[in-house]
Write a protein that binds this ligand. Structure first.
Ligand code: TRP
Length: 340
């Protein structure tokens, strides 16, 4: 829609992650590794969504450190401040301003039927409005840059559909302003945590942090749940129900994966040895990230400069959109002051 005929501009992509500290293996496989690859083909904006994080009710004293740690993870895995905009949401106030303005075109019923809202609201006796309005801010994040596409996991698809609805309703009410961004759903599927049971998530404590040292990675991987029916070492295992096997698929080549499956079924390799191989492959893959993270942590001002510069570049685009939106909504009151 905003990629007019004859325009050779790259499509713009926006995505973000809540700051809960250093990224973990699920973040990497599900999101960050794809984001890194997209930087060649798209005009990319990568955000750390701290304004969203406050709806989760964490400790304010910890939030700044979590933002820093996630910024280090972003850059360490290869998000590139030269090619992409990397910034913190609360630095660009236009997101929250646009979210307020989108309240005018968003039906409460649409917010109430969001699966995430239904899940999260059950945890509260008195549900904060921020939990309900969360997807409006997410729509603002995306649309304030007139983004064409949004790489997200399956669990966010509904929020992107709502973003499209909001864009459509805004355009219908106030004139053509926003594109309807496409969700780009990853192939990685749901990355289960080490419990083999729930999605990998920091709050569940079932993760492998990507910047850990090899011995720490082993300490985590060692605890991974395997086939519950394989009780003794010489019981044959079932790779198809084993999450460690699923993870091998992300870190080993086809020959290794086949070997792991064969040895598991024949009970010629025990789960501990199998996990050791996985742990070593994870450590190897993440080694360059650990090295880059160490450099960044030794130069924290560099991280600050990256985020400050990103915010400046983001703000310039966002303010242009807000100027247009305020005008379309009649929020340019100076126009009403008679001449004279
Ligand atoms: N809600 C997203 C999540 O929990 C994070 C997010 C906030 C986001 N704003 C966004 C993702 C905009 C994509 C685009 O994963």
């Amino acid at each position: 829609m905003n990629d007019g005929a004859g325009s050779s501009r790259k499509k713009r992509v926006f995505s973000g992650m809540q700051p809960s500290g250093e990224a973990h293996l699920g973040n990497y496989l599900g999101a960050l590794s794809r984001w890194v690859d997209m930087q060649d083909d798209f005009d990319c904006i990568w955000c750390i969504v701290d304004d969203h994080a406050i709806t989760a009710g964490g400790d304010p004293a910890e939030l700044p450190g979590h933002v820093f740690d996630l910024a280090v993870s972003y850059v360490a895995v290869g998000l590139d401040p030269e090619r992409a905009i990397i910034f913190v949401q609360s630095d660009v106030h236009q997101h929250t301003e646009l979210a307020w303005l989108f309240n005018a075109v968003t039906p409460v019923g649409d917010l109430e039927r969001m699966t995430q809202f239904k899940d999260k609201s059950q945890r509260f006796e008195s549900v904060p409005a921020g939990i309900l309005n969360y997807p409006i801010l997410q729509a603002a994040d995306i649309l304030v840059y007139k983004s064409d596409a949004v790489p997200v996991g399956e669990d966010q698809k509904q929020h992107i559909e709502l973003t499209r609805d909001i864009a459509r309703k805004f355009n219908a009410a106030y004139g053509d302003t926003f594109p309807e961004p496409e969700p780009l759903i990853g192939r990685a599927g749901r990355i289960l945590g080490l419990d083999g049971d729930a999605k990998m998530s920091k709050s569940l404590g079932n993760t492998v942090p990507i910047l850990s040292e090899p011995d720490e990675i082993w300490e985590r991987v060692r605890t991974a749940v395997t086939d519950p029916q394989r009780v003794r070492r010489d019981d044959p295992g079932r790779p198809e129900v084993c999450n460690v096997f699923a993870l091998h698929g992300h870190f080993g080549d086809a020959a290794l994966v086949e070997d792991v499956a064969t040895q598991c079924r024949a009970a010629t390799r025990g789960c501990v040895d199998c996990k050791r191989i996985l742990s070593e492959n994870i450590s190897k893959r993440f080694a360059p990230f650990r090295a880059r993270a160490a450099e960044l942590k030794a130069k924290p001002t560099l991280v600050r400069e990256i985020l400050d510069d990103g915010a400046n570049r983001a703000r310039a685009i966002a303010e242009e959109t807000l100027r247009e939106v305020r005008e379309r909504m009649g929020l340019d009151w100076r126009r009403g002051v008679p001449n004279g």
